[in-house]
Ligand binder design. Structure first.
Ligand code: NAD
Length: 320
């Protein structure tokens, strides 16, 4: 019986609740929002579907309801408006995150925290720093969504089921993220070798076009419909399942980086193994020279964007 609390019942929070509910991932879901009426409306609407799915209890609550939760998912915060970057939200959302983490810690210090609020790498770092939890228990949804966008675009271009396209986007969940072309593979065959035997016409320009489409997907969707929520909700469900079912799946969540390719003391997305304790380890991923440079650059961008309070060097790290 899994209990999940979702803080922030806006587009993303309520769609995550829907995805978890229809996936049978949790049997108890609590929605908390600073606008209580909004959370109440969403919980009512979702509960009215209960007779069509596995038994579930969805209700609204307050921070006391974090007690006994297995996972707490945070989506509360200001969303990106058309033309805004995720990093434009740093100051507002860091303050919101601090307040939320303090409230959670009063009632629950054993749940895994999954941060979705943007800019997600900085918000996850802020959540971890304001909690007393080991960093393995504070996770950002990171580039799990971007990785899925990448796999989808490759699958369309190559005419292959996206589930057989194995490729990652790493770094910032934002403008400096980048796909790992050097290790991308289709059904176990490196993309480069796959392309040699493929009759479709492609050029190296297609790679840049795909990378750019992945990076700019959120802007395009926000321009069109104001917010993105379906694919992120499924990405969050996938992360949640891997943790609650102790699956040890490899997913590019945002996690604490300590001396990886010259980067330390920030949160960034890299391929991680996820199980019941959260991030169990980072897989020893390999980067070619170009990717090393990009990894260093994305790390520097996040470092420079940290609010002053988060810039102090972290001491006495809790162990994994
Ligand atoms: P939204 O405005 O629809 O929802 C945000 C909700 O948070 C609102 O209902 C608001 O009342 C609530 N809220 C604000 N401050 C709060 C507080 N202190 N306590 C409790 N609730 C509070 O926005 P959205 O479209 O749902 O997006 C939510 C966040 O998710 C944004 O930061 C957005 O950028 C981010 N997002 C992240 C990803 C990702 O891949 N990580 C993808 C999409 C959106």
């Amino acid at each position: 019986m899994a209990k999940i609390v979702i803080i922030g019942a806006g587009f993303v929070g309520s769609t995550i609740a829907y995805a978890l509910m229809i996936g049978g991932t949790a049997q108890e879901i609590v929605l908390i929002d600073k606008i209580a009426e909004k959370a109440r409306g969403e919980a009512m609407d979702l509960s009215h579907g209960a007779s069509f799915i596995q038994p579930i209890n969805i209700y609204t609550g307050d921070y006391k309801d974090c007690q006994e939760a297995d996972m707490i998912i945070i989506t509360a915060g200001a969303p990106q408006r058309p033309g805004e970057t995720r990093l434009d939200l740093v100051e507002t959302n860091t303050a919101i995150m601090r307040e939320i983490i303090y409230s959670i810690m009063e009632y629950n210090t054993s749940a895994i925290l999954l941060i979705v609020t943007n800019p997600v790498d900085i918000m996850s770092f802020a959540a971890w720093k304001n909690s007393d939890l080991p960093h393995s228990m504070v996770i950002g949804s990171g580039t799990v969504l971007d990785t899925s966008r990448f796999r989808h675009l490759l699958s369309v271009r190559c005419g292959i089921d996206p589930r057989n396209v194995h490729a990652y986007v790493i770094g910032e969940h934002g403008d400096s993220e980048f796909p790992l072309w050097s290790t991308a593979n289709i059904g176990g065959i490196l993309l480069e070798n796959f392309c040699e035997n493929c009759t479709r016409t492609c050029s190296s320009d297609n790679r840049e076009e795909i990378s750019q489409k992945v990076r700019e997907a959120a802007y395009e969707i926000i321009e069109g419909k104001g917010a993105t929520y379906y694919a992120i909700a499924l990405a969050v469900r996938r992360i949640t399942e891997s943790i609650l079912r102790n699956e040890h799946s490899v997913l590019t969540v945002s996690t604490y980086i300590d001396e990886i390719y010259g980067i330390s003391d920030i949160y960034l997305s890299v391929p991680c193994i996820l199980g019941k304790n959260g991030v169990e380890s980072i897989i020893p991923f390999e980067l070619d020279e170009t990717e090393r440079t990009l990894f260093f650059q994305t790390g520097e961008i996040i470092k420079k964007s940290l609010p002053a309070a988060l810039k102090e060097k972290t001491g006495n790290l809790p162990v994994f």
